[in-house]
Design a protein around this ligand. Structure first.
Ligand code: ADP
Ligand code: MG
Length: 663
């Protein structure tokens, strides 16, 4: 249904909604809140300094505004609640001054510091709020939460049509809400029970559909015809013996499993899970080499151009003694060179092509493609996986996924159930452990001194902050503020770069290149820094507001240092002096151990890398928090598939078309 059926939505608002992927009324209704505010007024003496409280108050003084610097001001005044007076401060709301008239009744939302008798407000409201449960949505600039709330309220009045993916047998079995009821209650709950029941339905639905697809692919994969490859095993052994190091046991096992897959007439669909630095590349190279020996071409895909280039160089080194022709296909090639390369690929003159996903999208026509490898598997969701195995490139080609997100095995077997799994747990013992310290923000000097120490040695430093722009609500160290602070600390003498998600890919690549070549010494960024990139001289990772990140992210971030034999360090800066996750980080460098811990610890986790993955970005389900539901959805969907219950269900038939490659 068209958004303009909602009276209040004009063309301008529609554009804003499009920005957050809302194009229809149904999209709007499927835009679930990510949390709720339980609006309940308390007296000032009941307000706590660690939770957001709502306090009804009266303005008792003139309003003072202090302009601290550009784009940064503080407004303050005296207010009263329940015969008690206190100071109110709020940042960057100078514009409220004219509305905060003497004796006006207002609603303060924020935290109360008893010691200072000061209420630090995040927000001040004027219209009389009622006690209620407020749905909170992810917003984009120009859209207010209350606006989305009111659009949703209008949409709920319409005769919309949103499919229910939960088959009736399971709706009945678990007494789940109907989809329409769930949609209504997720947006407008009257009670905690409403939230719980609607969430349960919507979470189960997402996980059921996901597991259904996984199980379906698994069935298909079991029977998928591949190429039965023949190659001289002794040549592969010679290649391995000529390496400058000895393989670890897990590398050996993984290589064996891969070679066996390649020799079989069932197509390979294997996922190699190994932590950063566990040595996945040489495993991939061995597969490429065996594939070459059997007379086929390989395609090796990386998520970014920089990584593709890096792999290109690595492969050239590994295969220097052999006459494999290696091509690099990236967006920055001129049209002419690209066409030339395509022609060579098509004529079978190139044995290995390394590139970004353009390889897949532009559909280079290979003469005889036998192997497709994708690095950093977590960027591929189940729909992309089937694309890769099907319409992509070549139907028979073996597919190998590499992933640097170590997750517990039982877990991986569920969410990647369509793939065979190899794990590289042991790490080459050449790498030094990264020394990790948790530092309280008030002791920041210690971190600055450590930075200075590394800079003196001509090493490089990553600095990570959770946000881009200063957000007074959260009071986090944004990258821009950090740059100012660091420039001051180092007297503007150290070249510092800033990298964040709002930059274009090309700008990001350029910055990374400057960092790689040492032009930039300190790189401040949000968490967007690409995984896998090698900056051999980067020896220090400083993460601000570290308590805000999940273990998976922290571990991935830390993995960006310590990639050479330089002793490396990771400083986790926080105000939280008793954070379990940070303690885990300080105690271990082992990704599989950390992911097990991540699984055990309640709350605040982002299960190892899984969230950011392709179409595995669930709207409402959280694979870790909802693990039990996931397991049930797995069993139910297996059953649904095995008994062919999906036949005749047009919703499911349509979904299968999307991932179907049997045509
Ligand atoms: P990742 O799994 O993160 O992709 P790489 O394949 O890039 O790891 O390997 C990291 C480094 O370890 C590389 O410099 C590689 O040459 C080296 N390496 C890989 N396997 C071994 C091994 N068995 N012994 C010693 N060094 C190894
Ligand atoms: Mg790698």
């Amino acid at each position: 249904m068209n958004l303009n059926l909602i009276a209040k939505i004009g063309p301008k608002t529609e554009k804003l909604l499009n920005k957050i992927n809302i194009y229809t009324v149904e999209d709007l209704l499927s835009y679930y809140p990510y949390r709720y505010n339980i609006i309940k007024f308390v007296n000032i003496d009941e307000a706590l300094d660690n939770t957001i409280s709502y306090v009804l108050a009266t303005v008792l003084s003139d309003i003072k505004v202090a302009y601290i610097k550009r784009n940064f001001n503080r407004l303050s005044f005296i207010a009263a609640n329940n015969n008690q007076t206190f100071t109110v401060t709020i940042f960057n709301r100078a514009f409220l001054k004219k509305n905060l008239t003497l004796n006006r009744e207002i609603v303060l939302i924020g935290k109360y510091n008893k010691l200072k008798n000061t209420f630090v407000a995040n927000d001040i409201k004027f219209s009389y709020e009622k006690e209620r449960i407020e749905a909170v949505y992810h917003l984009t600039e120009g859209l207010k939460n209350s606006t989305i709330e009111s659009f949703v309220a209008s949409a709920l009045q319409l005769d919309y049509n949103i499919a229910d993916y939960v088959p009736d047998i399971y709706n009945n079995k678990y007494k789940l809400l109907s989809k329409n009821e769930a949609i209504k209650l997720i947006h407008q709950p009257k009670s905690i029970t409403d939230i719980k029941r609607s969430e349960l339905k919507l979470i189960y639905e997402e996980l059921f559909l996901y597991m259904f697809k996984i199980n379906y692919l698994k069935e298909i994969n079991k029977k998928a015809q591949g190429i039965k490859k023949e190659f001289a095993m002794n040549l592969v052994e010679d290649f391995l013996n000529d390496l400058s190091f000895r393989l670890t046991t897990d590398q050996e096992t993984t290589i064996k499993e891969i070679l066996k897959d390649m020799q079989s007439d069932i197509r390979m669909n294997r996922l190699v899970l190994g932590d950063v630095g566990s040595g996945k590349t040489v495993v991939a190279v061995t597969a490429i080499f065996a594939n070459y020996l059997s007379g086929y071409q390989s395609a090796f895909m990386a998520p970014t151009e920089i990584l593709a280039k890096q792999h290109y160089e690595t492969l050239q080194n590994y295969l220097a003694n052999y006459d494999l022709k290696i091509g690099l296909l990236t967006g920055s090639l001129t049209k002419k060179n690209k066409e030339k390369l395509y022609a060579q690929i098509n004529a079978g003159e190139i044995d290995v092509v390394i590139g970004t996903h353009a390889l897949l999208n532009e559909g280079a026509a290979f003469a005889s493609l036998g192997l497709v490898i994708t690095d950093e598997q977590h960027r591929f969701g189940v729909n992309q996986r089937s694309l890769l195995q099907n319409k992509g490139l070549n139907k028979d080609a073996d597919v190998l996924y590499l992933s640097a997100t170590p997750i517990p095995r039982t877990y991986a077997l569920t969410i990647y159930g369509d793939l065979d799994l190899s794990q590289i747990k042991t790490k080459p013992n050449t790498r030094k452990e990264i020394i990790t310290k948790v530092v309280l923000e008030k002791n920041i000097r210690e971190v600055l001194l450590a930075m200075l120490e590394e800079l003196k040695k001509n090493h490089q430093i990553f600095v990570v902050s959770p946000l881009i722009e200063q957000n007074d609500e959260l009071d986090l160290n944004s990258v821009n503020i950090l740059k100012e602070k660091l420039d001051r600390a180092f007297n503007n003498k150290v070249p510092i770069g800033i990298l964040h998600g709002k930059l274009k890919q090309k700008e990001k690549d350029e910055l990374m290149l400057e960092f790689q070549t040492g032009k930039i010494k300190i790189l401040i960024s949000t968490t967007v820094i690409e995984v896998g990139i090698d900056i051999p001289k980067a020896s220090l990772m400083v993460i601000f507001n570290a308590e805000r990140f999940g273990l998976a992210t922290l571990h991935q971030l830390r993995g960006r240092v310590g990639r050479s034999d330089i002793q490396s360090y990771c400083y986790l800066v926080t105000n939280d002096d008793n954070n379990e996750r940070l303690k885990v980080m300080a105690s271990s460098n082992d990704g599989f151990y950390i992911s097990e811990k991540d699984f055990e610890l309640r709350g605040g986790g982002d299960l190892f890398g899984v969230k950011q993955s392709g179409d595995m970005t669930f709207k409402i389900a959280d694979l870790k928090r909802d693990y039990k539901i996931l397991l049930q959805a797995k069993i139910d969907s297996e059953n649904y598939l095995a008994k062919s219950l999906f036949k005749g269900n047009s919703l499911y038939e349509k979904e299968l078309e999307k991932i179907n490659f049997l045509d």
